[in-house]
Ligand binder design. Structure first.
Ligand SMILES: Nc1ncnc2c1ncn2[C@@H]1O[C@H](COP(=O)(O)OP(=O)(O)O)[C@@H](O)[C@H]1O
Ligand SMILES: [Mg+2]
Length: 309
C-alpha cells in the first residue's frame, strides 16, 4: 500500500472508532446457530464499541461456529487464524518469504528486487487490507504462549502495522469485527482483557440443547430426542468421567444413531455407539462397570435427578 493511501484509510479507520456512536451494524442471529440473548448482546456490544469479542466456554459450546454465523448474519467475509502452541504474533501480520526470494535468485525467476512480491500477509494483514469490513476469528488464543495476547494488543487496538522490510504501512480500511475464542486453558493478561468485550458461553440447558439438535437434525423423532437427551445429560453428570461429552459429540452420536436406524426403545436401557460420546478408555470402562453392577441409566427426565431436571 502506498503511504498516501495508507494515510487516507487510516483517517477513515480511526474516525470509525469514535464516530457513528448511535448507529452500528447489528447481529440478529442466524437460523443455523442457537445463540442466547446474552451472547447476541455481547456480539452487538463488541460491534458498537468496535472492540474484539472474547468468547470463552468449554470445548464444543459453539465458540468457533459463532464466528462463522456472525459473519453470515452480518453478510461479511470471514478470515480465520487458528492458533497453535508455536503461533507468533508476527504470523498474523505478514511473513517475508525469503526462501522463495532465494530460490528465484538462484533460478533467475521473478523480480527479486521487488521485495513487496515476497511479503505474504497473514490473517490480520488480510482483514486490514480488505476493501470491505470482515470478521476475523482468532481461534483458541489460549493455545499460544503467555506473551502472545500481549504481542497482538497494539495491532488490534490501532488496526495498523508497518512492514519493516518495505516501510509500507498496512492500515485497516474498515475496522474488522474480531472474535477471539479461548477454551480457558490459560489465563489471559489483564491488559488484553481490558480491550475486549467478554462473554462466557454456558453449557446449554436441556431446552436450548433441543433447539441446537433441531438445527442439525430437524427430522429427529420426539421420543428418540428425549431418550438421547436423558442419556447425554446423565453421562455429563457422572463425576468419574474425565471428559464429559460436548454438544458436538451429541450431534455426532445422533447422526450415528439415525444412520443405524436406532429406535427409542433400544435407548431406554442401553447406550449404543458410546465411542461417539466418550473418548477415553477409563470413561468407557466406568460406564461399563456401572451397567455390569446392574445399574441402568435413567429412562426419562423424571428419573434423572439433578439440577437440570
Ligand atoms: N449454539 C449452537 N448452535 C448450533 N450448533 C451448535 C451450537 N453450539 C454447538 N453446536 C454444534 O457443536 C459443534 C461444535 O461447535 P464448535 O464451534 O466447534 O465449539 P467450540 O469452538 O466451542 O469448541 C458445532 O459444529 C455444532 O455442530
Ligand atoms: Mg473451537
Amino acid at each position: 500500500m502506498s503511504n498516501a493511501a495508507a494515510e487516507s484509510s487510516r483517517t477513515e479507520g480511526a474516525a470509525s472508532t469514535s464516530g457513528n456512536s448511535s448507529r452500528f451494524e447489528r447481529f440478529e442471529g442466524t437460523s443455523g446457530y442457537i445463540a442466547s440473548r446474552g451472547l447476541v448482546d455481547a456480539v452487538n456490544c463488541a460491534l458498537a464499541l468496535q472492540r474484539p469479542l472474547l468468547v470463552k466456554g468449554e470445548p464444543g459450546t459453539g465458540k468457533t461456529l459463532l464466528a462463522h454465523h456472525v459473519a453470515e448474519g452480518l453478510g461479511m467475509p470471514l478470515d480465520s487464524w487458528h492458533i497453535k502452541s508455536t503461533s507468533k504474533a508476527e504470523d498474523g501480520l505478514y511473513v517475508y518469504d525469503t526462501v522463495q526470494r532465494l530460490n528465484d535468485a538462484r533460478f533467475g525467476d521473478g523480480d527479486v528486487k521487488d521485495i513487496r512480491s515476497y511479503i505474504r500477509l497473514g490473517p490480520l494483514g488480510r482483514v486490514f487490507s480488505a476493501e470491505n469490513r470482515e470478521v476475523l476469528l482468532i481461534d483458541e488464543i489460549d493455545k499460544a504462549d503467555l506473551e502472545f495476547p500481549n504481542d497482538i494488543l497494539r495491532e488490534l487496538d490501532e488496526m495498523q502495522f508497518t512492514v519493516l522490510e518495505t516501510g509500507d504501512e498496512v492500515v485497516a480500511k474498515k475496522r474488522p469485527m474480531v472474535i477471539i475464542t479461548s477454551n480457558n486453558e490459560k489465563e489471559l493478561p489483564d491488559a488484553f482483557l481490558r480491550r475486549c468485550v467478554f462473554h462466557f458461553i454456558d453449557f446449554p440447558d436441556v431446552e436450548q440443547m433441543r433447539e441446537i439438535v433441531d438445527v442439525h437434525h430437524p427430522q429427529l423423532e420426539k421420543n428418540l430426542l428425549e431418550q438421547v437427551l436423558v442419556k447425554f445429560y446423565w453421562l455429563r453428570e457422572q463425576k468419574e468421567l474425565r471428559k464429559r461429552p460436548s454438544t458436538s459429540e451429541l450431534i455426532d452420536w445422533i447422526t450415528a444413531l439415525l444412520r443405524a436406524g436406532a429406535n427409542p426403545a433400544q435407548l431406554e436401557s442401553e447406550i449404543p455407539f458410546m465411542g461417539a460420546l466418550l473418548k477415553n478408555e477409563q470413561d468407557t470402562r466406568a460406564i461399563q462397570e456401572f451397567t455390569s453392577r446392574g445399574g441402568t441409566p435413567p429412562r426419562n427426565f423424571d428419573e434423572l435427578k439433578g439440577p437440570r431436571r
